[in-house]
Structures are given as structure tokens and as C-alpha cells.
Write a protein that binds this ligand. Structure first.
Ligand SMILES: [Zn+2]
Length: 196
């Protein structure tokens, strides 16, 4: 059974932040523990991911955290990474939350910052496609360079159509919801792209 991560809702949440509702159709298989090949292949394709900062319960590096983390958390970091590869962006942050006492099991809320509206939309769909391709080990379907080239074109259109990027100073401060972390029914993980 494939994991098939699905972004079912994209909401422009703040001036520089999108909220995604993400679902894993098989709620018993939502973690990299169930699919260790996904992070392994992903770090091969995008080595810079290893330099992402990641706030997690264990204080692990992002690479270590990826041995056992929620797939939507990987998606979050990949969306940030793709934006950074396509254009020079401010330091972008993300956050993945879930609370299955209120939501159906397998649903996640992923927040990702952006500078360019068109680019973030492209990065979301590209990241979704890449993770699903990695899950079915269809590495041949992924042309990393080609994907980045397409995103660069999209970023140029976005800059033209949607106006200049927001300055990080305009950004509303993040208000991470207070969540009970008992068990793994609920949790939060945050990611951030590091400076080169
Ligand atoms: Zn993280």
C-alpha cells in the first residue's frame, strides 16, 4: 500500500504564510518509520535538506529526526527547500501540527511561509508529487533540475503578477497553537531553512 500524501486544502493564511490541510489516506501509515526509503531518497535528491534547522521533541538534527517523523513534516521542509532553490528567499519557516482527538486520524495542518505566492503554490504541488514518487520508488519520474527550472519560471511570473515579495518585517508573528503532546495523537514540529 502506498502512502500517497494528499494536500486537500491550501489557504493563504497570513500575509506570508499558507496553511495546508494534508491527509494520509491510510492513517496507520503516516510516518517515515513505515517508509524509511522516502527520507533516504529525498536527502539524496536534495542534500541541502540536511542543513535545515528543525525544532522537534528530541532535539535531533533534521536528518536524524527524519528516521521517525510524520510524512507531512517532510513535505513541509521540502516545500521550504524548493522555494529556496527556485529563488533567493528570506529565511522561511514552517510548522506541522496534528491533533487527532479533534481531527480524523491521518489529518495534518502544515504551515509554510513564502515570499512569492505563485512559487509557493508550485512548490506545494511539486513537493507532493516528489514525495509520492519517492514512495513508489519511481525515481526516474523525478527530474530535480527540470522541476527547479519550472519553479523559477513560476517565481518570475509571480513577481510580475502578484507584486513584490513581502518583506519579512511585515510578517505577522507566528502563533503556534498550544497542543497537548501526550502520546503521538497530537504534536508539532517546526522547520526552518538555514542560511548558506
Ligand atoms: Zn522540522
Amino acid at each position: 500500500m502506498v502512502l500517497k500524501v494528499k494536500v486537500i486544502e491550501i489557504l493563504f493564511y497570513d500575509s506570508n504564510r499558507v496553511k495546508l490541510v494534508v491527509e494520509m489516506p491510510d492513517p496507520s501509515r503516516y510516518s517515515t518509520l513505515h517508509a524509511p526509503h522516502i527520507p533516504r531518497l529525498l536527502f539524496k535528491l536534495f542534500p541541502h535538506l540536511a542543513r535545515h534547522r528543525c525544532e522537534n521533541d528530541n532535539g535531533y538534527t533534521f536528518r536524524r529526526e527524519c528516521q521517525e517523523t510524520e510524512i507531512p513534516h517532510l513535505l513541509e521542509h521540502l516545500i521550504i527547500e524548493l522555494q529556496g532553490q527556485a529563488q533567493r528567499v528570506s529565511k522561511l519557516k514552517g510548522e506541522t501540527q496534528w491533533n487527532w482527538r479533534e481531527d480524523p486520524k491521518g489529518r495534518f495542518h502544515v504551515y509554510v511561509e513564502y515570499d512569492n505566492e505563485m512559487l509557493v503554490l508550485g512548490a506545494i504541488r511539486t513537493a507532493e508529487r516528489i514525495i509520492n514518487a519517492l514512495d513508489s520508488k519511481s525515481l526516474d519520474d523525478i527530474d530535480t533540475e527540470g522541476e527547479i527550472t519550472k519553479l523559477r519560471r513560476l517565481a518570475a511570473v509571480g513577481a510580475e503578477v502578484c507584486g513584490p515579495s513581502f518583506s519579512p518585517d511585515d510578517a505577522a508573528p507566528a502563533h503556534p497553537a498550544a497542543l497537548d503532546m501526550t502520546g503521538r495523537e497530537a504534536g508539532v514540529a517546526r522547520g526552518e531553512q538555514t542560511d548558506e
